[in-house]
Each structure stands twice: as structure tokens, then as C-alpha cells.
Design a protein around this ligand. Structure first.
Ligand SMILES: [Zn+2]
Length: 301
């Protein structure tokens, strides 16, 4: 049995998989906003699952941020009470077993590669398009992390082939630079783009609805979004040349996004033919927790 824990900013989810079968129903609890409470909550979820399944499992945990290789301490987590803490060592002590911890975007990529939308593809680039933009890389059903532990983090690369208009409009990013992919392709980025062009502030959902009703400003906003995503992915494809790009996060649910981006790629990728598959995620919100479970033995049988 492989237990997966997704330690999110608002909720902690847990599942147990044996092969690709769910052996205990998924559980979720609100994330305690302190470190000790977070350790307690994870230990409790593991104990409940093992009591129900009457067995012991491996434990993999997906977190925002990473456990630094040199320090053993969490860094870059937006759940800030984790930062600077020896999460891996503390979990191993609490659970009396070795534990594996990985970045949540990497867990997404792994989940989709093992038995999701990237199934059967050797190299999978998993893309998170949400309130932020990130990603992860899975190669032969293993996470490729890299020595800086940032492989797949393309959200703070500059938007490629920026027009003069885009350069003028590019907002400053919280990372300190300007023109980051994230500022265009996040949910807030889409809303900002629509407001800039139309002068009207609307939520992402309202923009999608307006586009479905044929409102020109909304239709054009979604077209710009698709083209920018294709540009940003083209530079990743030129370097990594993944077999499949799997789109995840809330913005991946924009209607027709994956095929529109696939159709736009040949204009930007440095190849006369582009066979890269661009697909929407298969596991949605449960990708993170499934990928965490697969951290031990990524074999769905
Ligand atoms: Zn940035």
C-alpha cells in the first residue's frame, strides 16, 4: 500500500493506492496554520488509513516548495509556517519509517505520467496554470528535480516574442522581474489582460461566459491567452522536447485550451513538424495526492 499526502495551503488530502486501486477512500482535513498542528494532522491521517486498511504503507508527501537538499529544511513554501522547518526528518520520526517529500507540481507531473493524461509517454511536462504558474518534469515515471530543485519552474521566465504592447503592459512580478510568464498566464493575469483591453473588471469565469456568448473583448482575451501559452511552451519544448505536455490548474479548464495551444505551437517551435501532445489533466484536483503516493513505486500494475 502506498499512502499519498497532499499538503496544501488550505487542505491536507490523503489516499492509499495498491497498484492503481484505491484501498482507502480519500480523506481531507483543513490545514492547520502552524507547524506542530500540520505534523499532527498528517500523522493522524496516516494512522486512520492504516487502521482502515489493516496494513502498513509507504508514505509520500507533496508540499508547496521543496525540502532543500543541502539543509533538509523547507523553502519556497507559500504555506509560510513550513519554511525553515525540517519537515522530512520530523515526519520520518513521527511515522517511524522513511518518507519521501516532493514539490506539489512535481507530484502532479508524476501522477499524470504514471496513470493519467501522460500515460505511455517517456517525458512529461506537467504545467500548473492557477493563481500562479509552475510545473514539473517526469521522465520514465520518475521526477526530474535537478540540482537547484527547480526543473520545470518556467513561470518566471519572460514571455517569449513579446509585442511592444505586451512589453508596455507587462506588470511587475512579485519575484522582482517584469514580463514573467506567470503575470500573463495565471488566473489573475487573464483578468488583468481583459481589464486592460476592455476597461472592465471581470472574473475569469465571467470572461469565459462572455466569450461563449460571443463578446468580442472576451473572445480576443482567450485567443491572446492561448497564443501566449503556445509561445511560452515553445521555449520549453525547444529545450526539453517532452513527449507530452499536460495542462493542470484551474486555467487548464478554459474551453478548448489544449487543442488551441497544440494548433498554435508550430508557429513557434523550432521544428518543421511538431508532434508534441498537448492534453488536459486526467486526475484534476487529485493529481497531487496520487503523485505523492507514486513517489515510492510508480507502478500502477
Ligand atoms: Zn516573476
Amino acid at each position: 500500500m502506498q499512502i499519498g499526502i497532499d499538503l496544501g495551503g488550505t487542505k491536507i488530502e490523503a489516499i492509499a493506492l495498491a497498484k492503481d486501486r484505491l484501498v482507502a477512500p480519500g480523506r481531507r482535513v483543513a490545514t492547520p496554520r502552524d507547524y506542530a498542528g500540520t505534523l499532527d494532522a498528517i500523522a493522524r491521517l496516516v494512522a486512520e488509513i492504516e487502521a482502515e486498511a489493516a496494513g502498513r504503507g509507504t508514505v509520500g508527501v507533496g508540499i508547496p516548495g521543496v525540502v532543500g537538499r543541502a539543509t533538509g529544511l523547507v523553502k519556497n513554501a507559500n504555506s509560510v509556517w513550513l519554511n525553515g522547518r525540517p519537515l522530512l526528518a520530523d515526519l520520518e520520526a513521527r511515522l517511524s519509517r522513511p518518507v519521501r517529500v516532493a514539490n506539489d507540481a512535481n507530484c502532479f507531473a508524476l501522477s499524470e505520467a504514471v496513470d493519467g493524461a501522460g500515460l505511455g509517454h517517456e517525458t512529461v511536462f506537467g504545467v500548473i496554470l492557477g493563481t500562479g504558474v509552475g510545473g514539473g518534469i517526469a521522465i520514465r515515471s520518475r521526477i526530474h528535480e535537478g540540482p537547484n530543485q527547480i526543473a520545470g519552474e518556467w513561470g518566471h521566465n519572460p514571455l517569449p516574442w513579446m509585442t511592444d504592447e505586451e512589453r508596455d503592459a507587462a506588470p511587475e512580478c512579485y519575484c522582482g522581474k517584469r514580463g514573467c510568464v506567470e503575470t500573463f498566464l495565471s488566473g489573475p493575469g487573464l483578468e488583468r489582460d481583459y481589464a486592460r483591453v476592455t476597461g472592465v473588471s471581470r472574473s475569469g469565469q465571467d470572461i469565459v461566459r462572455a466569450a461563449a456568448d460571443g463578446e468580442t473583448g472576451a473572445v480576443r482575451t482567450l485567443e491572446r491567452y492561448q497564443d501566449r501559452l503556445a509561445r511560452a511552451l515553445a521555449t520549453v519544448i525547444d529545450v526539453l522536447d517532452p513527449d507530452a505536455v499536460v495542462l493542470g490548474g484551474g486555467m487548464s479548464n478554459l474551453p478548448g485550451l489544449a487543442p488551441a495551444v497544440a494548433a498554435a505551437l508550430p508557429a513557434y517551435v523550432f521544428s518543421d513538424t511538431v508532434v508534441t501532445k498537448v492534453v488536459r489533466h486526467a486526475h484534476g484536483d487529485s493529481s497531487g495526492v496520487r503523485g505523492a503516493a507514486w513517489l515510492w513505486n510508480p507502478d500502477p500494475g
